[in-house]
Design a protein around this ligand. Structure first.
Ligand code: NAD
Ligand code: 0WE
Length: 259
């Protein structure tokens, strides 16, 4: 695969640590020769993200809280400066819901935390795609990948408001694909099975979910962040040149089952 992303410039949102799905994707792109900028949220993870980014010679690491329009505007300004006004690849791997809304009843989700989940996990893709558009247009086109989950299409116990946010994200992928397709910008999602990341580890019953995947998925095994990295490399690469507005499942086939 070495060389598949030679000369390509990308921005990766959503690295928190070495287990992050975003980091697995970044490593694959960097192995292929891509130059990658990174954003992190909050000082708590800044040093971790800086160290990881330095290991692949990243030209830019900068803070971004995707809820803040001014952060998004500043970040894409800095990305433009780092990459001569052009951008080829965007990896969006960001989600958040209040911990208390990922347990108990969806019915009890209050208004402010409903919109928090949708804001961070879905609207952020729209904001980033809009900001990336002129940079990708200047590059002659681009490719955007976001991370979704089956809980946006089916009711997965406890996924709750995150499921509603993922449904919004999934629909946003299709509408962005239509708008940006005219500029040769592709927009796709990867629907991953459970992966033991920072965001997943704290979830009660995660081990039970992994057991269910092992028992009921056609391949009867878990997926890894590296599996997602491979799928992202495909969607972001030349090989997927006419693929847009779609969801690629990396879930051992779990989504295909009815029981
Ligand atoms: P992670 O915790 O490593 O990544 C989540 C990232 O979201 C973190 O880097 C965090 O800093 C960032 N984030 C949260 N709120 C933010 C904000 N306001 N502004 C900017 N960044 C913010 O966990 P992960 O599992 O790698 O999650 C990445 C993506 O993959 C998410 O969209 C998640 O829904 C999706 N996903 C995860 C799994 C899984 O089982 N781990 C499965 C399918 C999809
Ligand atoms: O998208 C996700 C998890 C995203 C997530 C995780 C957290 C934990 C910490 C969003 N917000 C938060 N907020 C926190 O405070 N996944 C696909 C992993 C996941 O989470 C679940 C799952 C699966 C799978 C929650 C309940 C049920 C299944």
């Amino acid at each position: 695969m070495a060389g598949a992303f030679e000369g390509k410039r990308g921005l990766v949102l959503g690295v928190a640590n070495k287990r992050s799905i975003a980091w697995a994707i970044a490593r694959r792109l960097a192995d292929g020769g891509a130059s990658l900028a990174f954003t992190y949220q909050g000082e708590r993870i800044e040093s971790t993200v800086r160290e990881l980014a330095a290991s692949i010679d990243s030209p830019l690491v900068t803070e971004c809280d995707v809820r803040a329009d001014e952060d998004v505007a500043r970040v894409f300004g800095e990305v433009g400066e780092a990459f001569g006004g052009e951008l080829d690849l965007l990896v969006h791997s960001v989600a958040f819901a209040a911990a208390e809304d990922l347990e108990g009843r969806f019915t009890d989700t209050p208004r402010d935390r409903f919109w928090l989940a949708v804001d961070v996990s879905a609207y952020s893709l729209v904001a980033c795609a809009r900001a990336a558009e002129p940079l990708m247009e200047k590059a002659g086109g681009g490719s955007i990948v976001t991370m979704t989950y089956l809980g946006g299409e089916r009711a997965v116990p406890h996924y709750n408001v995150m499921g509603v946010a993922k449904a919004t994200l999934d629909a946003s992928v299709r509408y962005l694909a239509w708008d940006l397709g005219a500029k040769n910008i592709r927009v796709n999602a990867i629907s991953a099975g459970p992966v033991r990341t920072l965001a997943a580890r704290s979830i009660a019953g995660f081990t039970t979910m992994e057991d269910i995947v092992e028992e009921r998925s056609p391949l009867r095994r878990h997926i890894t962040a590296d599996d997602v990295g491979s799928a992202a490399a495909y969607l972001l690469g030349e090989g997927a040149g006419n693929v847009t507005g779609t969801t690629l499942y990396v879930d051992s086939g779990y989504h295909a089952m009815g029981m």
